[in-house]
Design a protein around this ligand. Structure first.
Ligand code: TRP
Length: 445
């Protein structure tokens, strides 16, 4: 179990918040949130999403962090230590989800690297000529290129995880994230002042509740878990490095808020532009990559803005991908006594290989039962494994390990937690029933 080395900890409370927010804020906010919103009808989806984040997401996030900080172990080891029995399976399911998510996450991370370079070689011309979609299509059908960029992205991820949380993860999370936030604000100004932007704002902000159905609920639930990095033990793992004095409810609230803010701002950039340029909001995984070049082409110094944007998006993606790899590695380090170097390199390269079918699927039409391979992997992980993981984590805190959780969230009774009643009630009843209901209504391939 323990290799006798004292467990590393975050350097400060801010260090944890930055790392957890770094995990949460990523491609999920800027690549995935807009296209899922676009596919699910706009504003009504956004409202559902925000409600799910702050009721269920926040509660599950606190549950995960509490479990991890108490056990001071990886996702599997934490459940084994606190209770054991079948609960260990929750941790296992999380590790599996981590493999699947990182496999396709690396592909999209690679797209960002490609787009940094393309900013200087034709992306602006394509944006100006309205052919950004063709450029994107040309890129994703070029399998070797997509795979090479995916590999570069994975190598960077592996290298940072191999360096360890103190020097590695925390350092990279503290820098550059505020830059992404500011850049989004600048892009919003450009986007909403485009002629025809109003229709996009209406799509994004004026709800049409007739568009809600089971599938939309499930998409919102899956997106909430994905974006907040919940349901697979990621926050368990990060919580295990959290000093005992830190207040968990406050830290979790800040992470939920920051994550939602970034996603919301990304939508404010994308949708006005989608409508202004006559693009299709339901275009799918390419939406952000097809829309933004049009926006940059309308800005003085567009190539520079474009490169800067995709660079910051890459950084955000890396602070997320390292958290995914860290979940997997923490297991092999804690439980198998692997060295950090071995865990990072072996597992990172295995996950890269698992991602190759996703890398070639969007361009080449590699499908599983009618869905592109990448979409299928995402659906299985985000819309099934993560909510299921969240359901069991909520039940664990709500019914099984409740006294322990109460002690840990109040730091052994030393700090008050005003939302104890609602939190436990959400874990016991609301979250499990809501997730079960959404599964019943929405689960179809
Ligand atoms: N939340 C990240 C994003 O939005 C992705 C991510 C990182 C993740 N760690 C996770 C998703 C753990 C699910 C579980 O880009």
């Amino acid at each position: 179990m323990s290799n006798g080395v004292e467990r590393e900890q975050w350097g400060s409370k801010l260090g944890f918040i930055m790392a957890a927010a770094g995990s949460a804020v990523g491609l999920g906010n800027i690549w995935k949130f807009p296209y899922i919103t676009g596919q699910n009808g706009g504003a009504a989806f956004v409202i559902m999403y925000v409600a799910l984040v702050f009721v269920i997401g926040y509660a599950v996030m606190m549950a995960e962090i509490v479990i991890g900080r108490k056990a001071e172990l990886n996702a599997v080891g934490s459940f084994a230590k606190l209770k054991g029995g079948p609960w260990v399976l929750v941790g296992w399911m999380g590790i599996a989800a981590g493999f699947i998510i990182l496999s396709f996450y690396g592909v999209i991370g690679g797209w960002c690297i490609k787009y940094i370079l393309a900013s200087f070689t034709g992306l602006m011309a394509a944006g100006a000529a309205g052919t950004a979609g063709d450029l994107f299509g040309g890129f994703i059908t070029n399998a070797p290129q997509v795979i090479i960029y995916q590999l570069i992205f994975m190598l960077v991820t592996i290298w940072i995880v191999y360096k360890g949380i103190g020097e590695g993860i925390e350092k990279y999370c503290k820098v550059l994230m505020p830059g992404l936030f500011i850049l989004l604000l600048i892009l919003i100004v450009r986007s909403v002042t485009l002629p025809g932007a109003g229709k996009g704002l209406a799509f994004y902000l004026k709800p049409d509740f007739s568009k809600l159905n089971g599938g939309v609920f499930l998409a919102a639930l899956g997106q909430a878990f994905f974006s907040l990095s919940l349901g697979m033990g990621c926050m368990v793992t990060y919580g295990s490095y959290l000093p005992k004095e830190t207040s968990i409810p406050g830290a979790a609230a800040q992470v939920c808020f920051l994550d939602t803010a970034v996603a919301f701002l990304a939508g404010l950039v994308i949708f006005p532009a989608v409508f202004a340029f006559g693009l299709e909001p339901g275009a799918g995984p390419g939406l952000t990559f097809i829309t933004l070049p049009n926006v940059f082409a309308q800005m003085p110094g567009g190539a520079m803005w474009s490169a800067l944007f995709f660079l910051l998006l890459l950084v955000a993606a890396i602070t997320s991908s390292i958290s995914l790899l860290e979940v997997v590695c923490a297991y092999f380090i804690d439980e198998m006594n692997w060295s950090r170097a071995k865990a990072a390199w072996v597992m990172g390269l295995v996950i890269f290989a698992l991602g190759v079918p996703s890398a070639i699927s969007l361009g080449g039409g590699l499908k599983i039962a009618g869905k592109d391979f990448l979409d299928a992997a995402d659906f299985l992980a985000s819309n099934i494994l993560l909510p299921l993981g969240g359901l069991f984590i909520a039940l664990f805190v709500g019914w099984v390990w409740t006294d322990g959780a109460k002690k840990e969230i109040t730091n052994e009774g030393t700090i008050p937690f005003g939302l104890m009643g609602p939190w436990l009630w959400i874990c016991r009843v609301v979250a499990p029933l809501a997730i079960a209901w959404i599964f019943l209504k929405g689960l179809k391939w």
